[in-house]
Design a protein around this ligand. Structure first.
Ligand SMILES: Cc1cc2nc3c(=O)[nH]c(=O)nc-3n(C[C@H](O)[C@H](O)[C@H](O)COP(=O)(O)OP(=O)(O)OC[C@H]3O[C@@H](n4cnc5c(N)ncnc54)[C@H](O)[C@@H]3O)c2cc1C
Length: 295
């Protein structure tokens, strides 16, 4: 197995149009290059070979984080560190800032981008699971113009996205749902990458001590992250009643995922962890949601 990088060229486009054209011209030999944390690693180990890397960091405006049209828009080139530290993200979606502070290691967080994480389609992605739960939309640009895709249509398989030839991810939009919504992400990791991640978002009516809407997703333990509609239905109602259904909701969420038996652990072990994490995350969120509403 080679442990050195094969020769390649780097081109630095000044615009999205130019980058798309370079990708089209290069065909299968060309690849977009953002932080390079996945790309250079996989090339170094001989997994993939590209003779032409298109360095998209030279395109202006792709790292911006802003609120626009009721959504938080995160430029695809925003690094994990920038997302973790962004005051806007800490204010509007603290669960994402918290998640980003626990991705990989300081070196990868400083150069690896959120867009690169999602475009690589690694099944062990932390952000993909939370972004699925938060209903994120991917903004894409390419030879046929701009288009948007919900994240569940963007991630189509392990290491596989819906990006067409010459297309680039430009930003990730997360709808801002108002202060009744709270969200959290819980992960378990013994090796370099997470083996399980669970994301939960709840709309809480503090006065009624009830959950009025819920979204739950699980990732890193199956080929792609998934939501669990049955689990979500069980998580709506008076909080005291939901507590009695948490085991059932955990089992339903585990059943929705295509849990893998692999080196990280058995599918049964992962299903057990989902039940434990769902209970913990639910208690944490309902306490936070109730406290926030009464503060
Ligand atoms: C040691 C290590 C530990 C890690 N641990 C974790 C972890 O705990 N949790 C986790 O979630 N992730 C983890 N990761 C993954 C990490 O998050 C990604 O490596 C990083 O985010 C990739 O971003 P990048 O900018 O370096 O992408 P690059 O390596 O530059 O690109 C990755 C892929 O995405 C494509 N690409 C990049 N940007 C775009 C774009 N805008 N449009 C179209 N295609 C694009 C590239 O062509 C390439 O195929 C880990 C990685 C490493 C190396």
């Amino acid at each position: 197995m080679p442990t050195f990088l094969p020769p390649f060229t780097i081109q630095q486009p000044a615009s999205l149009d130019e980058a798309s054209q370079l990708l089209l011209d290069g065909g299968d030999d060309a690849r977009a290059y953002a932080g390079g944390t996945e790309l250079l690693l996989v090339m170094k180990h001989g997994g993939l070979q590209y003779g032409s890397l298109i360095d998209i960091k030279t395109i202006p405006g792709l790292g911006t984080i802003e609120v626009s049209d009721g959504a938080l828009r995160i430029g695809a080139l925003a690094t994990h560190l920038a997302v973790e530290r962004s005051p806007l993200i800490r204010q509007h979606i603290p669960s994402l800032a918290e998640l980003e502070g626990k991705v990989a290691n300081p070196r990868v967080r400083a150069s690896g981008t959120l867009g690169g994480n999602l475009c690589f389609g690694e099944p062990h992605s932390d952000p993909a699971t939370l972004l699925l739960c938060l209903d994120a939309t991917m903004q894409i640009d390419g030879p046929d113009g701009a288009r948007s895709l919900p994240i569940d249509e963007f991630i189509v398989g392990p290491y596989e996205t819906a990006l067409a030839e010459g297309e680039l991810l430009t930003s990730i939009d997360i709808p801002l749902r108002g202060t009744a919504w709270v969200s959290a992400y819980t992960k378990f990791q013994v090796r370099e990458r997470p083996m399980l991640g669970l994301a939960l978002a709840l709309e809480i009516d503090a006065a009624a001590a009830a959950v009025t809407d819920a979204r739950a997703a699980v990732g890193s333990a199956s080929p792609i992250p998934v939501r669990g509609a049955e689990a979500e239905a069980l998580l709506v109602g008076p909080i005291s009643e939901i507590r009695g259904r948490l085991a059932e909701a955990g089992a339903a969420l585990a059943a929705a995922a295509d849990l893998l038996d692999d080196g990280d652990g058995s599918a049964a072990y992962k299903a057990h962890l989902i039940g434990v994490f769902l209970r913990q995350t639910f208690e944490r969120l309902t306490a936070a949601g109730t406290e926030r509403a009464t503060a």
